[in-house]
Write a protein that binds this ligand. Structure first.
Ligand SMILES: [Zn+2]
Ligand SMILES: [Zn+2]
Length: 180
């Protein structure tokens, strides 16, 4: 079996990933940015006895910390929708992300996250995104070449690895997956 086959996970586009970010997390990101600005422009200058850093530097810190806080909120929103489709507990990862300081929780998540899991249309077994066939009932869950058995895209007419004519397969691999 080839090691360089293309998984469905790799085919997910950036824009489809962005759709996983829920509205509440966009709102939380805006709020986090506003809170950061409030801290840097209102709260901190009052607490300081001596004159603070020059305006340019303060602007730089306020904007960069604001952007960082917003990004973190978006990341937490993304994780809340990304973890269920990988069979990972949303609650546990939300807690880890909120408890771990400095974004370590989110970094841990991306290090440890599992492949995307879907259900076999025939028997309901959990199958990982890189599987070609269901391990329980041999139902074909993703398109693969009938000659070299590597992954192909369902729109391909010929295998990009061996040049096999995909339409000549007895079971048309590239179309089979559409039916599910
Ligand atoms: Zn199955
Ligand atoms: Zn092939």
């Amino acid at each position: 079996m080839a090691t360089n086959f293309q998984t469905r996970e790799e085919q997910t586009t950036f824009s489809s990933e962005l759709k996983l970010i829920p509205r509440w997390s966009v709102a939380a990101a805006l709020l986090a940015f506003v809170i950061m600005q409030y801290l840097f422009w209102v709260v901190f200058p009052h607490e300081r006895r001596h004159p603070g850093p020059p305006f340019g530097l303060r602007l730089y810190f306020a904007l960069s910390w604001g952007a960082l806080a917003s990004l973190y909120m978006l990341m937490v929103g993304y994780i809340s929708n990304d973890s269920p489709r990988r069979g990972m507990s949303v609650r546990i990862w939300m807690v880890i992300c909120l408890v771990m300081p400095g974004g370590i929780g989110a970094v841990l998540y991306f290090l440890l996250r599992q492949p995307i899991i879907s259900l076999c249309p025939a028997c309901g077994t959990r199958v990982q995104s890189e599987y070609h066939f269901c391990p329980q009932c041999a139902y074909q869950v993703s398109a693969s070449c009938g000659n070299c058995y590597r992954s192909v895209r369902i729109t391909d007419l010929y295998c990009v690895h061996c040049g096999h004519d995909l339409a000549s397969d007895n079971r048309p691999a590239r179309l089979h997956v559409f039916r599910s």
